[in-house]
Design a protein around this ligand. Structure first.
Ligand code: FAD
Length: 366
């Protein structure tokens, strides 16, 4: 018998939800994280009175009422609605592609005119069997939307030209024939007032947390401490990369404080031309309708991932999916260890998916 019922590796959202549920069921937990802070990738830190999303902009959105009620126990959410704009060579377009975008592109006013224009555009470049991402995207939305709003952004995201990327990366390019700039279709959306870190802090209330602790470096010390381990780190690292490394796309963030009240007038501005090296500029105060005298902006640069870099997006292509299956096989045989979260399951999870998965994991294992 260990000293704790659960050792939770990772104080991110998955680990925090699991710890909260275990605590409610009267179980004891120890949470360790190798970072110097809790909340994993949803960590927000205060700068100039503004909550800065340190690992990329995070907007909470879900259609799952259970998950929405769950997070609302730990934070009050504001009415933030994600409505990014795209900047293409100084021209501003609304996203996702909607009537505002089409009006700006072609001067069309009614949905019928917009549909006709898109069909005309698609016909002008019809490709029966798209061989690459460029042909695929053009066959979905036509050349104007593609060249101004899709091409450069996608090429920067993947670090490759669109003609070298496989067509399956873009299955759909949703177009909306209303003047609605809300990026998400979900029923519930918002930003926790005061930041995500405060929300996770409340989830972890009463739970013992040790920071700056790498479980894998102190494995023998930690393994005996608990009956069950919930591991939310990288699954390949846990097994010493014995089958090789799973690949990711990474990001680099450049954050600066500006001595002005309002830099770009919106929380999220996408830069869709290839020549601008970053994909997005985030102005954090707009997530909370801030009126502080200064502002904080972050430029996002997509990066090739090398071992040791922050892993952001799993590459769910054929090669990596096969490799993950091998690790999954080992994970299933690992007696008292449960693998969870975006790194433990090598899957892109939105925050609501993470909570849903952690609640299911808690139901199964507590
Ligand atoms: C750039 C970006 C933007 C995103 N934006 C959104 C958004 O707008 N909306 C949305 O819903 N979702 C968004 N997400 C998804 C969201 O970040 C995830 O759903 C969430 O962070 C997953 O939580 P997690 O606990 O699984 O992982 P993590 O937050 O990564 O937590 C895992 C923790 O485990 C720790 N750890 C790993 N290995 C060890 C070890 N050996 N020892 C000790 N500790 C260890 C890590 O330090 C980390 O803190 C975004 C993701 C990215 C990459």
């Amino acid at each position: 018998m260990g000293k704790y019922d659960f050792l939770i590796v990772g104080a991110g959202l998955f680990g925090a939800v699991f710890a909260q549920e275990a605590g409610k069921a009267g179980k004891s937990c120890l949470v360790v994280d190798r970072r110097s802070h809790i909340a994993g990738n949803i960590y927000t830190k205060e700068m100039e009175g503004i909550q800065v999303h340190a690992y990329g902009a995070h907007i909470f959105h879900t259609s799952n009422k259970e998950v929405w009620d769950y997070v609302n126990q730990f934070a009050e959410f504001n009415r933030y609605t994600n409505a990014p704009v795209a900047n293409y060579k100084g021209e501003i377009y609304n996203m996702p592609f909607n009537m505002n975008t089409f009006h700006k592109l072609w001067g069309v006013v009614t949905p019928r005119e917009a549909r006709e224009k898109i069909e005309e555009q698609k016909r002008s470049c019809a490709v029966e069997h798209p061989k690459n991402l460029e042909e695929q995207a053009i066959s979905l939305v036509g050349p104007d939307v593609y060249h101004k709003l899709v091409k450069g952004y996608t090429e920067k995201q993947w670090g490759k030209r669109a003609t070298e990327l496989p067509s399956f990366i873009i299955k759909r390019l949703p177009v909306r024939f209303t003047y609605d700039n809300n990026y998400f279709d979900d029923s519930f959306q918002g930003i926790p007032i005061g930041g995500y870190t405060k929300m996770v802090e409340r989830m972890l209330e009463g739970v013992e947390v040790r920071l700056n602790e790498n479980f894998l470096e102190k494995r023998s010390q930690y393994e005996g401490l608990a009956d069950t381990i919930v591991y939310t780190g990288m699954v390949d690292e846990y097994f010493g990369y014995c089958f090789g490394e799973l690949e990711y796309r990474s990001l680099r963030f450049e954050t600066e404080v500006l001595d002005e009240v309002n830099y770009q007038g919106n929380a999220v501005v996408n830069y869709t031309e290839y020549e601008v090296p970053y994909t997005r500029v985030i102005e954090h105060k707009h997530f909370e309708y801030g009126t502080q005298p200064k502002t904080v902006v972050t430029r996002e640069y997509p990066q090739v991932w090398n071992k040791g870099d922050e892993p952001y997006y799993p590459m769910n292509d054929g090669k990596n999916t096969e490799l993950y299956k091998k690790y999954q096989g080992l994970a299933e045989k690992e007696g008292n260890v449960v693998f969870g979260g975006r790194l433990g399951q090598y899957r892109y999870f939105d925050m609501d998916d993470t909570i849903e998965a952690a609640l299911a994991c808690a139901r199964e294992n507590i």
